[in-house]
Design a protein around this ligand. Sequence first.
Ligand code: NI
Length: 131
Amino acid sequence: MNRPIDLAAALASFTEAWSPRIVTTVNDYDIRLARFAGEHVWHVHTDTDEFFLVLDGTIDIGLREDGGERTVTLRRGEVFVVPCGVFHKPSSTGGAAVLLVEPTGTLSVGDEHDAVPDHVDATTGHRLSQV
Ligand code: NI
């Protein structure tokens, strides 16, 4: 049923880090909600950009581009797009809540990735329980 979704309630409905929930969809894209805590894994999406909006907390995104590596820091209310084909590794020292936009079916660990640690959920997103 199409109805308003309260992001705060959606966030309160799960505690797992690195395990995105699909809040809704727009055309062929998922709007996902995730908790970040500690380090994700270096990975790349070969066919799509990835949009990040920090709802709470602060995140870092490591990027490998132009033969080097840099880190962008995003605070609450800031957005960033990781371009298609760029290896990246999100992390959050203090924990964060993040809204992601990416095509439905996009794997959270990308198409190529380093070894996935146990605390990272390799998923195309989980359904949000009713909120
Ligand atoms: Ni990614």
